[in-house]
Design a protein around this ligand. Structure first.
Ligand code: AMP
Ligand code: ZN
Ligand code: FE
Ligand code: FE
Length: 282
């Protein structure tokens, strides 16, 4: 009854390390009873994830994490309860999958100029079925021995404004919100505490965002309280999850940390999110 609901996870369909069945096995182990997989800009993993969840007896909510833009500023918008076969969402994912591939190739070109020679084809190949992102390139850099860890790859080269950074094309946040509601789903601003200003949060509220992610590894207690108050004031629903990408090794300590099972919401909160979506369709 008091079981854990994790609405923010990633698999190999984007930049996660675990396959859908590996993720679901791990989720089961740590006591999660409802899960959403929110791979970046793709719904390609929904059928596999849904099946894998059912196999271990976990309820599954279709999800997606959209990289969007508000007045030129990047935000991540989580979508839930939408119809994964919706044509507009399918087209969005196809378009941005291609944009992401082109961008990845430009990042590899920039790295090449900096003396880091990666094989274009291999980088694409190793991303498999997944939507390619900077973590895949970071991985290739580690494997080729240019950097010691993924976080070093980001800090030294790939981070926003870094020497090999290339910005990605993004959907306008207002359009992403409309796309999700048009597909019977809801929209939730992801991890606002990471880098989203209050001005941007207000702009998203005006655009009709339904909720805000309150529980997230990057939010301490006071940030959680801060966003819970904003949600109360502006009648938003609240959400949360682990943003799990798989076990990650720290470059400093060499230790592997696991966030899954430590960041979650409860079923009563999930029901409130579900109600927003249900009322929309009705
Ligand atoms: P992209 O979607 O290609 O812009 O890559 C962004 C993703 O990279 C985020 O969703 C994170 O999963 C990951 N990321 C961003 N910054 C870092 C960092 N400093 N270290 C490790 N992973 C990061
Ligand atoms: Zn990611
Ligand atoms: Fe994100
Ligand atoms: Fe995420």
């Amino acid at each position: 009854m008091n079981s854990k609901v994790d609405l923010h996870t990633h698999t190999t369909f984007s930049d996660g390390v675990l396959s859908p069945s590996e993720l679901m096995a791990k989720a089961k182990q740590v006591g999660i009873s409802v899960i959403s997989v929110t791979d970046h800009d793709t719904v390609a993993g929904v059928p596999d994830c849904s099946k894998a969840a059912a196999k271990v007896g976990i309820d599954f909510v279709p999800g997606l994490e959209i990289s969007a833009s508000v007045e030129g500023v990047e935000v991540h918008i989580l979508g839930y309860f939408f119809d994964p076969d919706n044509t507009t969402i399918r087209e969005y994912c196809d378009t941005f999958r291609n944009h992401r591939r082109e961008r990845a190739m430009r990042i590899v070109d920039k790295l090449d100029e900096l003396g880091i020679a990666l094989d274009h084809d291999k980088v694409i190949e190793d991303s498999g079925e997944g939507t390619i992102g900077r973590p895949h390139i970071a991985d290739a850099m580690v494997n080729a021995g240019y950097v010691a860890s993924i976080s070093d790859a980001f800090d030294l080269y790939l981070k926003d404004g870094g020497p090999a950074y290339v910005s990605s094309r993004k959907i306008e946040a207002g359009d992403a919100i409309k796309m999700l509601s048009g597909a019977g789903g809801i929209s939730v601003l992801a991890h606002p505490g990471q880098w989203t200003s209050d001005r941007t949060v207000m702009s998203l509220i005006r655009s009709g965002i339904d909720g805000v992610e309150v529980v997230h590894p990057s939010h301490d207690q006071s940030l959680q309280e801060y966003y819970r108050n904003i949600a109360r004031e502006f009648f938003l629903v609240t959400s949360g999850g682990s943003d799990y990408h798989g076990p990650r090794k720290s470059s400093r300590s060499g230790r592997t940390t696991e966030t899954i099972g430590r960041y979650f919401i409860r079923k009563t909160q999930l029901e409130k999110l579900d109600n927003v979506a249900s009322n929309r369709v009705a």
